[in-house]
Write a protein that binds this ligand. Structure first.
Ligand SMILES: [Fe+2]
Length: 360
C-alpha cells in the first residue's frame, strides 16, 4: 500500500520504502526514491527539520500499525537469553574471584565478549533496553556485562570497526576488575561512602590496569580504556584528571555507559533511576562527556521501550508504539482514552507535552 505524506521526516513510518525522491524546501535532494527508511536512515534524515512531500509504500505490518488496529512494534532492543545471562554472570564471578590467573581472566572475558558481540552483530536495531540486559542481581557482574554490551552498541553506532567493537566489549567486561583489590567491606557498604573510603575506591582503575599489564590478550588501548573509565571530558575525573582527547576513545565511551548503568541500577543505598531520568541527569553533566558520543548514546537508549505505559504531562495515559531515534524521549504513542496515535516529536498539539513517568 502506498501513502502520500505532507509533513516532516519523522512522519515517515519506520520500515517504509520511498516511492518518490524527497526534496528539502530549497529543492535539494534529501533522499532518493527506493530508499528503505530504517532507524539509521531516519536519524540521518531527521537533521532536516523542514517540511517534506513524499510517497511511501508500507509493508502489511506497517499498514496495520497505522490504521487503527494498533499494537506496539515488537521490541527490537538488544537482549540476551536467560541461559546466557546465567552463564555470563557465573563465568565473570568465577574469573573475577581469581584475578591472579590473568590468562583465565582474559580468556573468560573474551569468550563472553564473543557472545555479546555476536548478539549485537546479529541485531539490526541498535536500541538498548536495560531490562533485557540484566544478567543477575550481583552488581559487579551484571554491571560488567551491561557496560561491555552498551559500549559495544555505542561503538557500533559511532561507526567503529569490528576489531574495536570486540576490544571494547572485553574492556567493558573487565573495566571494574580492579575492584577485586578493594576491601569488600567498602565495595559492599550498604550506605554512601565516606571521603576516605571514596579515595580508596578511586584506585580501582589503576588496580585494573596493573592486573592486566602483562596480559597478551589485552592491548594497551584496552588497558588505557579501563584505566580511564572514570575520567571526565572536562578534566574533573580520576585517577589522573585527564581531559578531552587525552582520555582516548575507549575511555570516553566506557565513561558514558558506566555512568548511565550506575544511574539505572538499584543499590542498597539508592533507588534506580528510570532510563529517562538517567538521561535527564546526564544532560546536566554533559560537559563531562565527549558530546558527539553522548549524542550517539542518546540515540540508542530506549528510554521508553515499545509497549511501555506512560503518563503524559497533560494527565493522559498512553502506550509506546515506536521509537523516534533522533528524539529518544519523544516516541510515537497511542493515547489510551481516545486511541489517538501521536508522534510526540512532531504532532503540533503535543510539542509541549512530555512523558512524566513510565512503567513497562
Ligand atoms: Fe569503575
Amino acid at each position: 500500500m502506498t501513502k502520500e505524506i505532507d509533513g516532516y521526516v519523522w512522519d515517515l513510518p519506520l520500515g517504509c520504502v520511498t516511492e518518490t525522491d524527497i526534496f528539502t524546501d530549497k529543492d535539494v535532494l534529501l533522499c532518493p526514491r527506493m530508499t528503505i527508511i530504517d532507524s539509521a536512515q531516519m536519524e540521518l534524515l531527521s537533521h532536516y527539520k523542514g517540511k517534506i512531500h513524499a510517497v511511501v509504500s508500507y509493508t502489511a505490518t506497517e499498514e496495520e500499525t497505522n490504521q487503527g488496529d494498533i499494537e506496539p512494534d515488537e521490541d527490537a532492543s538488544i537482549g540476551f537469553e536467560d541461559s546466557f545471562k546465567h552463564y555470563a554472570a557465573e563465568t565473570l564471578e568465577a574469573i573475577f574471584t581469581n584475578i591472579s590467573d590473568v590468562k583465565s581472566l582474559t580468556a573468560g572475558a573474551r569468550e563472553i565478549g564473543e557472545q555479546v558481540y555476536s548478539v549485537i552483530d546479529a541485531s539490526k536495531e541498535l536500541f538498548i533496553n536495560l531490562a533485557k540486559l540484566k544478567v543477575s542481581d550481583e552488581y559487579t557482574y551484571k554491571h560488567s556485562v551491561d557496560v561491555g554490551t552498551m559500549a559495544a552498541v555505542l561503538a557500533r553506532k559511532i561507526g567503529e570497526n569490528s576489531k574495536f567493537i570486540h576490544d571494547i566489549t572485553i574492556a567493558g567486561l573487565l573495566h571494574d576488575v580492579g575492584k577485586e583489590k578493594i576491601p569488600s567491606a567498602i565495595i559492599n557498604k550498604p550506605a554512601r561512602l565516606s571521603p576516605e573510603e571514596f579515595e580508596i575506591i578511586k584506585t580501582h582503575p589503576v588496580h585494573g590496569y596493573n592486573i592486566l599489564i602483562n596480559s597478551a590478550d589485552v592491548s594497551e588501548d584496552m588497558r588505557q580504556g579501563i584505566l580511564n573509565h572514570h575520567e571526565n571530558y572536562d578534566g574533573t575525573g580520576y585517577p589522573r584528571g585527564l581531559s578531552a582527547d587525552k582520555i582516548g576513545k575507549m575511555g570516553q565511551i566506557l565513561a558514558i555507559v558506566d555512568v548511565y548503568d550506575a544511574l539505572v541500577t538499584k543499590r542498597s543505598y539508592k533507588t534506580a533511576k528510570t532510563p529517562a531520568q538517567a538521561i535527564e541527569i546526564m544532560f546536566t553533566m554533559s560537559n563531562k562527556f565527549n558530546l558527539d558520543y553522548f549524542k550517539s548514546f542518546l540515540s540508542v537508549i530506549n528510554a521508553y521501550p515499545n509497549g511501555s505505559h506512560v503518563l503524559l504531562s497533560d494527565g493522559e495515559k498512553a502506550i509506546v508504539l515506536r521509537q523516534n531515534s533522533a528524539y529518544p524521549l519523544r516516541p510515537i504513542i497511542k493515547i489510551e482514552s481516545t486511541g489517538q496515535v501521536v508522534n510526540l516529536a512532531s504532532d503540533a498539539g503535543y510539542l509541549s507535552t512530555v512523558i512524566v513517568s513510565s512503567s513497562e
